[in-house]
Design a protein around this ligand. Structure first.
Ligand code: HEC
Length: 167
């Protein structure tokens, strides 16, 4: 019983770190019993979509880095990720001009990646366009929630590193 509460508390804490919960809210969450809090924490529509976006990009990274692009996957993302423009956020009052601008920019950059993949453009062009797409995630997060930025940065595809010169 005690152990279970602990595990829940630890899980809640980790969730709070990944998510964009302000520290004030963390303190409040930690004050309620762990079991209660476990039931209380429910991801917003937007947070759930963001998690799916993040794991999608992470799952495809190795393939894209190897030049194995899949236009169907990208078109499917384009459709699903567009829901960020209407999904309910944890703090709807914070969804404003920057969010609207950055979410539109994200979709435009996604279109550009799809266009390059369909046109069988060189890998370096697709990679740069894809990294620009991921940079849009970072840009919006600088405004909205900085916690996931280190994780998002890792989604970028590595550049061409000339062998043997140490960078
Ligand atoms: C237009 C702005 C915007 C863009 C673009 C954006 N995000 Fe987010 N992201 C947010 C906001 C706002 C939240 C907080 C959502 C909430 O709590 O309702 C969030 C939350 C998250 C979270 C935390 C979810 C949780 O568990 O609470 C992750 C992870 C995340 N985003 C990853 C990404 C990734 C990866 C991308 C790009 C592929 C991306 N985001 C693009 C605004 C953005």
């Amino acid at each position: 019983m005690k152990l279970r509460a602990w595990v829940l508390a630890a899980g809640l804490f980790l969730t709070a770190v990944w998510a964009c919960t302000p520290s004030e809210q963390n303190a409040k969450d930690q004050a309620v019993s762990a079991a209660e809090a476990g039931d209380m924490y429910q991801a917003s529509e937007l947070a759930a979509l963001m998690r799916a976006m993040a794991s999608g990009h992470e799952a495809q990274k190795a393939k894209f880095a190897a030049g194995e692009w899949d236009a169907d996957v990208l078109r499917n993302w384009r459709e699903i990720h567009a829901n960020m423009q209407s999904a309910q956020a944890t703090k709807p009052q914070e969804i404003g001009e920057v969010f609207r601008e950055k979410s539109a920019e994200y979709l435009v950059r996604m279109d550009e990646v799809i266009r390059l993949v369909e046109a069988k453009a060189p890998q370096s062009e697709k990679r740069d366009a894809y990294n620009a797409l991921i940079e849009t995630c970072v840009g919006c997060h600088q405004e909205h929630c900085q916690g996931p930025i280190p994780r998002i940065e890792k989604m970028k595809l590595p550049g061409d590193v000339p062998a043997g010169n140490g960078g």
